[in-house]
Design a protein around this ligand. Structure first.
Ligand code: NAG
Ligand code: NAG
Ligand code: NAG
Ligand code: NAG
Ligand code: NAG
Ligand code: NAG
Ligand code: NAG
Ligand code: NAG
Ligand code: NAG
Ligand code: NAG
Length: 511
C-alpha cells in the first residue's frame, strides 16, 4: 500500500500528531476569543446577570475558566458580549479548547445547561462547541431562544434525540450539531422541524444518526438560502434521482460522504446542482460510470469521489471544469490509461488543478512522454497502487510546485536522476516504493528539497550509501529498505536521521 494522506478513515500518524499538539495547547479558546472590544462601559441588565449566574451554577468548570464571572457588570465577563446600544447580552461565546481531532481538554465545561438561559432573550449568538456535556441531551428549551441566528452545539458530547423544538428558531442562519463517533451519539427520527428554519445558510449534522429517515431531501429542499450542507456519517440510505424543482440554488458545499446510498451513479439529484463548489460523495457504494453530468458542474472546485464502485474513464467533458482544484477519486475502478485521464483534466487559460488523488484506481499504461498542460500547477500527485509501467518521465521535474509525489506500488522502472528532482524545491513527500526505479545521482548532489517523508523501498539506490540523504534532516519517515545498498553507514547518517520516527533500512548489505 502506498500512503493515502487524506482519504483513509484511519487516524494517521499525522492526525495523532496534530491531536497531541492540540492537547499541549492548554490555553483556553474561551480566553482567546472573549476579549472585549473597547466599547463604552455598558451596564449589565440585572435580570440577565442573574440568569447567567444560574446558568453557571449548573455547569461544572474544572479549570475555573469562568472565574471572571463575578461583580456587577456581566458585560465584562469572559465570553459575554452585550449590545452597546441596549446593554442586553447578545453573544455567549463559550467554545472550549479545540477538539476537532477528537481530543477533549479536561478544561472544557461540563455539567448541565440551566433553563435560566431563557432570561437572555436578545441572545443571537451561542457557541458551546468542544465542551463536554456528556450524557445530557440538547435541552428542548433552546428552541425558545428566538433571537438566535448562530447556534453551535457541535462536538460538545451531547447525546440522545435532537429536540424538534430547534425548528422554532426561525432566525437561525448557522446551525452546527456535528458530533463525534466516540460520543454516545445523537439522532433524529424525523427532521421535518428543519423545514421551518427558512433563513438557514449553514447546516452541519455530521455523525447524527438519521438512519430511519427516508424523505430527508424534500425537507432540506425547503431551505432556499442554504449554502453549506454537511451530512456525512449520518447513515442515510436514500438519494433520490432528481429534485423536480430545486430550491437549493445557493448551495455551494455538499458533503454526503460515508453514508450508504448503494445505488447507480446516475441519475442522482446532486449532479444537477450547478452552483456547487464542493461535492463529497466518498464511501457511499455508488456504482456505474463516472456520469457525464459532472462536466456540467462548472463551478466545482473540489470533487471527492473516492471509495465507491465507479467504473471506467472520467468523462471527457470534465475539461470544462475550469475551476477544479482538487480531484480525489481513489479506489474506483478507472481501468484505463493514465495518459488519457490526464488529457481529460481541465486545462483552461489558468490551470487550477492543484491536487490529484488517484490511488488504487487500476490506471494503466505509462506516464506521458511530455508534460500535459493541465498538470503544470500540481502540488499533490498521488498515483500509488495502480498498474503504471515504463519510465518516470523527466518532465516531473518541471512540476516545481509539487509538495507530494506518490508513485508507490506500480510497475515503473528506469532511472531517475537530478533532472527529475533538482527543481522540486517544495517537495515534502517522495514515495516511490514498490517499483523498480533506480535513483542515480552524483555523490556530490545537494537536493533543494527538505523531505519529511521518504519512501523508496525496493528502488535501486546502492551500492553506495546515498549521500543526498545527508541533507534530509527533517525527515519523519525514511524507508530505504531493499535498495541494494552495500556499504557502511556513514557517521552523518545518524545526525541526518535524528528526527526520524519511522526508519526502515532492512534488506541491504549495511555494515
Ligand atoms: C458598539 O461599539 C463598537 C466599538 O466601540 C462600535 O464600533 C459600534 O458601532 C457600536 N455599536 C452600536 C450599535 O452603537
Ligand atoms: C446535573 O444534573 C444532574 C441530574 O439533575 C445532577 O445529578 C448533576 O449533579 C448535575 N450536575 C451539575 C454539575 O450540577
Ligand atoms: C416549538 O416547537 C415545538 C415542537 O416542534 C412545538 O410543539 C411548540 O409549540 C413550539 N413552541 C413555540 C413557543 O413556538
Ligand atoms: C442508529 O439508529 C438506529 C435506529 O434508531 C439504530 O438501530 C442504530 O443502531 C443506530 N446506529 C448507531 C451507529 O448508533
Ligand atoms: C422551496 O422553498 C419554499 C420556501 O421554503 C417552499 O415553500 C417550497 O415548497 C419549496 N419548494 C419545493 C419544491 O420544495
Ligand atoms: C448498506 O445498505 C445495505 C442495503 O441497502 C445493507 O445491506 C448494508 O448492510 C448497509 N451497510 C452499512 C454499513 O450500513
Ligand atoms: C448539461 O447542460 C446542458 C445545458 O443545460 C444540457 O443540455 C445537457 O443535457 C447537460 N448534460 C448532462 C449530461 O446533463
Ligand atoms: C482493479 O481490477 C481488478 C480486476 O482486474 C479488480 O479485482 C479490482 O477490484 C480493481 N480495483 C478497483 C479499485 O476497483
Ligand atoms: C478493464 O479493461 C479491460 C481492458 O480494456 C476490459 O477487458 C475489462 O473488462 C475492464 N474491466 C472492467 C471491470 O471494466
Ligand atoms: C526487493 O526488490 C526487488 C526488486 O528490486 C524485488 O523484486 C523484491 O521483491 C524486493 N524484496 C522485498 C522483500 O521487498
Amino acid at each position: 500500500m502506498g500512503k493515502a494522506p487524506m482519504d483513509t478513515l484511519q487516524l494517521s500518524c499525522i492526525q495523532i500528531a496534530i491531536a497531541l499538539l492540540l492537547l499541549t495547547q492548554t490555553e483556553s479558546t474561551i480566553d482567546d476569543t472573549s476579549t472585549h472590544p473597547d466599547d463604552p462601559i455598558t451596564n449589565c441588565i440585572a435580570t440577565e446577570r442573574t440568569a447567567l449566574l444560574a446558568f453557571r451554577a449548573g455547569l461544572s468548570d474544572p479549570a475555573n475558566l469562568l472565574s471572571s464571572w463575578k461583580g456587577d457588570d456581566c458585560c465584562r465577563w469572559k465570553g459575554i458580549y452585550c449590545s452597546n446600544g441596549t446593554g442586553h447580552v447578545v453573544r455567549l461565546d463559550l467554545r472550549g479548547p479545540d477538539c476537532g481531532s477528537g481530543v477533549w481538554s479536561t478544561q472544557a465545561l461540563a455539567g448541565n445547561i440551566s433553563s435560566a438561559m431563557l432570561g437572555l432573550q436578545q441572545l443571537w449568538y451561542l457557541d458551546l462547541r468542544c465542551n463536554r456535556f456528556n450524557n445530557i441531551q440538547i435541552p428542548e428549551f433552546m428552541g425558545s431562544l428566538h433571537s438566535l441566528r448562530y447556534l453551535d452545539l457541535s462536538m460538545a458530547q451531547f447525546t440522545g434525540r435532537i429536540p424538534p423544538q430547534l425548528g422554532n428558531l426561525s432566525n437561525l442562519r448557522y446551525l452546527n450539531l456535528e458530533t463525534y463517533p466516540y460520543d454516545s451519539g445523537t439522532y433524529s427520527t424525523d427532521v421535518t422541524w428543519l423545514s421551518r428554519l427558512t433563513s438557514l445558510e449553514h447546516l452541519d449534522m455530521t455523525f447524527v444518526n438519521l438512519s430511519t429517515i427516508v424523505h430527508w431531501l424534500p425537507v432540506v429542499n425547503m431551505l432556499q438560502t442554504l449554502k453549506v450542507l454537511r451530512l456525512p456519517f449520518c447513515q442515510l440510505r436514500s438519494s433520490p434521482d432528481s429534485l423536480q424543482i430545486s430550491n437549493l440554488t445557493s448551495l455551494e458545499i455538499l458533503d454526503l460522504s460515508i453514508n450508504n446510498f448503494s445505488k447507480h451513479s446516475r441519475p442522482n439529484w446532486f449532479w444537477d446542482l450547478t452552483s456547487l463548489k464542493y461535492l463529497d460523495i466518498s464511501f457511499n457504494g455508488f456504482f456505474g460510470p463516472f456520469p457525464d453530468e459532472i462536466g456540467n458542474m462548472t463551478s466545482i472546485v473540489e470533487l471527492q469521489l473516492s471509495d465507491n464502485n465507479l467504473v471506467g474513464m472520467i468523462p471527457s467533458n470534465m475539461k470544462n471544469l475550469c475551476n477544479l482544484e482538487r480531484l480525489v477519486s481513489s479506489r474506483n475502478n478507472i481501468n484505463g490509461s493514465v495518459t488519457e485521464l490526464f488529457h481529460r483534466l481541465p486545462s483552461c487559460s489558468q490551470n487550477k488543478v492543484h491536487e490529484l488523488f488517484l490511488q488504487d484506481s487500476n490506471l494503466t499504461g505509462s506516464l506521458p512522454d511530455t508534460l500535459i498542460e493541465a498538470l503544470s500547477n500540481l502540488n499533490w500527485l498521488i498515483l500509488a497502487d495502480n498498474r503504471l509501467t515504463g519510465h518516470v518521465p523527466v518532465w516531473l521535474g518541471e512540476l516545481t510546485k509539487l509538495t507530494m509525489l506518490d508513485l508507490g506500488y506500480n510497475n515503473l522502472d528506469g532511472v531517475m536522476h537530478e533532472g527529475h528532482l533538482s527543481r522540486l524545491d517544495m517537495l515534502e513527500e517522495l514515495t516511490l516504493s514498490g517499483n523498480s526505479i533506480a535513483i542515480t545521482v552524483s555523490p556530490t548532489w545537494v537536493p533543494s528539497f527538505r523531505l519529511r517523508i521518504i519512501q523508496l523501498g525496493s528502488c535501486q539506490l546502492g551500492p553506495n550509501f546515498p549521500t543526498w540523504l545527508r541533507w534530509q534532516t527533517q525527515a519523519l519517515t525514511l524507508d530505504v529498505s531493499n535498495t541494494s545498498i552495500n556499504d557502511m553507514v556513514p557517521d552523518w547518517f545518524w545526525v541526518a536521521a535524528s528526527s526520524v520516527m519511522f526508519l526502515n533500512i532492512r534488506n541491504n548489505q549495511i555494515t
